[in-house]
Design a protein around this ligand. Structure first.
Ligand SMILES: Cc1cc2nc3c(=O)[nH]c(=O)nc-3n(C[C@H](O)[C@H](O)[C@H](O)COP(=O)(O)OP(=O)(O)OC[C@H]3O[C@@H](n4cnc5c(N)ncnc54)[C@H](O)[C@@H]3O)c2cc1C
Length: 504
């Protein structure tokens, strides 16, 4: 690259970075901003790509999954190709005190992987290998690739349902998915992680090496302690999946949800289940969808599903049952697509999955919901639907193998939960911010409406910027220990954001 190009870097980044008044103040680095020679020195050692806004794919690559943050245009994208690039990037932003954000899959609900500063993107680091039953996965890999690569060898890891979500963000927040009641959370399968900490060191963490950091990475959240470059997981053998979907009218919501919960309380760990209510601002009456699936236990699932049907006899329903090969089910977002297409357009130039603009919040329940809680939930949904708004609520069964680890074994704070709730509002790309703001207020208000019955917890992977007592909600009594680990590895808070863990 020419010196002139780096002059462009300097001018552009300075212009953009000076507009970052909403960014937290960074620790003091060098007093002068990087000069063209500094950029040149970085570029000469950087194996990946340093992209300015005029670069060919910049406008595509800069976008995150959530279109709500499209207006945050980074000054520079550092597309790291390996751990050494991540070390260079960390040293550079630290030494020049540049604002930055770290991105893997880009699905942060609250735009934590979007910035007007330097975007450190690990998306190129997506190698996946399998040796015996241990998978080694680059931190830029998306769940779809993880399922495809491992699934081709009849192995998998417990993780989420959406192909474009990044493994790095998901695992650090915990990782819920259809295999969690059987095999635990994504973070429970983690055997080791490589991470570049604020001092630029690449550290290998496991139960025996930096065990404190390893503890924190399993539920302490993305972007808190450094940049993860590689993850190793225990895999499980895949099996075909039987899946039931039952649809029920919302007017019978109380009866359906009461019976569903009673049914859940006797459910074997092999079976996962979720109750969902969506409405999209149109007139058609929303309905409750109950899903239940099992990995490789079709008869067990059918026997249990029939018990649910008996409980709900007399209520109109529409039930569909299908058997799937494991990979077809996990990649159902991508039916008929090649793997490069099974991405968001910002993740791959052939990607055809749809981006949306959204806001979300969550609740954690340690006990099944009392009828007054269900009535509150249903009343609020009915009201919002009648007012012509969009929204959705998902109640997901937890328990099973999630409880096999002790509360203090990892930083994940909600091992005792029986249910998680997700409150969501989403609209198409280009939805006005006023609408999204209203949605963000609504999802957060749902927590207040449900607080009598909630543990007070919130799931860290469904970040809610309006949460006031986020330390308690995300981390519970693990927050103090996380603060000590923050002090040990990032006392000067290089990695910082509004809901970031503060040193003790
Ligand atoms: C459509 C959709 C479906 C979802 N489905 C599920 C689901 O089934 N189960 C579930 O548990 N969650 C689910 N989630 C939530 C998801 O787990 C979180 O949003 C998660 O943080 C996304 O990770 P990411 O890498 O895609 O996002 P990013 O926005 O890239 O990262 C999330 C956070 O981690 C940080 N980070 C990213 N990469 C690194 C890295 N290499 N090292 C350190 N920090 C890093 C970021 O700075 C940010 O703070 C879903 C979200 C969406 C939008």
């Amino acid at each position: 690259m020419q010196r002139r190009t780096f002059l462009g870097f300097t001018l552009l980044s300075l212009a953009s970075l000076s507009g970052c008044s909403n960014m937290p103040k960074l620790p003091q680095g060098k007093t002068a901003p990087p000069e063209p020679d500094d950029w040149q020195a970085l570029a000469s050692r950087f194996s990946g790509e340093l992209l300015l806004p005029q670069a060919e794919h910049f406008d595509r690559l800069r976008k995150a999954a959530n279109a709500r943050y499209d207006e945050l245009v980074p000054a520079v994208i550092m597309r790291c190709a390996n751990a050494a690039d991540v070390q260079l990037a960390v040293n550079f932003v630290r030494d020049f005190a540049l604002p930055f954000a770290v991105r893997s899959g880009g699905h942060s609900y609250t735009g934590l992987s979007s910035t007007k500063g330097v975007l450190i993107d690990v998306g190129l680091m997506q190698q996946i290998t399998l040796e015996d039953d241990i998978a080694t996965i680059g931190s830029g890999a998306k769940l779809g690739d993880v399922y495809a690569e491992l699934g081709a060898r009849q192995r998998s890891i417990p993780a989420g349902s959406c192909a474009s979500v990044g493994i790095a963000g998901l695992v650090q927040g915990g990782g819920l998915g259809i295999a969690d009641r059987r095999y635990g959370l994504t973070c429970d399968a983690l055997q080791s992680a490589d991470i570049v900490t604020a001092d630029g060191q690449l550290r290998h963490c496991s139960a025996t090496e930096h065990p404190d950091l390893f503890w924190a990475l399993r539920g302490g959240g993305g972007g808190q302690f450094g940049i993860v470059t590689r993850l190793q997981f225990q895999t499980f053998p895949t099996a075909p999946i039987r899946n039931y979907i039952g649809r029920y009218p919302l007017k019978h919501g109380l009866q359906v949800l009461q019976n569903w919960q009673q049914w859940l309380s006797e459910l074997p760990n092999e079976i996962w289940s979720q109750a969902t209510i969506w409405f999209n601002g149109q007139q058609n009456e929303p309905e409750i969808q109950i899903r239940a699936c099992a990995l490789g236990e079709p008869l067990l699932l059918t026997r249990h599903w029939q018990l649910l049907e008996q409980r709900l006899i007399g209520i109109w329903s529409d039930v569909d049952m299908q058997d799937h090969q494991y990979l077809d089910f996990m990649l159902s977002d991508c039916a008929g697509l090649e793997m490069p297409q099974c991405k968001l357009p910002n993740q791959h130039e052939d990607g055809v999955l749809k981006r949306v603009a959204m806001a979300g919040s969550s609740d954690i329940f340690d006990r099944y919901l009392h009828s007054s809680a269900l009535n509150t939930l249903l009343r609020e949904i009915t009201k919002r639907h009648q007012n012509g708004h969009r929204g959705g609520v998902m109640l997901t069964a937890m328990g099973g193998a999630i409880k096999h680890l002790e509360h203090d074994d990892t930083a994940f704070a909600h091992r005792h939960a029986v249910l998680s709730a997700q409150y969501l509002m989403s609209g198409p790309v280009g939805s006005p911010e006023s609408l999204l703001k209203e949605g963000a207020v609504w999802v957060n208000r749902m927590r207040h409406l449900m607080k009598t019955w909630s543990s007070g917890g919130a799931y860290l992977n469904y970040t809610d910027a309006l949460l006031k007592n986020w330390q308690q909600a995300y981390y519970g009594d693990h927050y103090a220990r996380l603060q000590q680990i923050k002090t040990r590895y990032d006392k000067a808070q290089l990695f910082r954001f509004a809901q970031g863990i503060k040193p003790a």
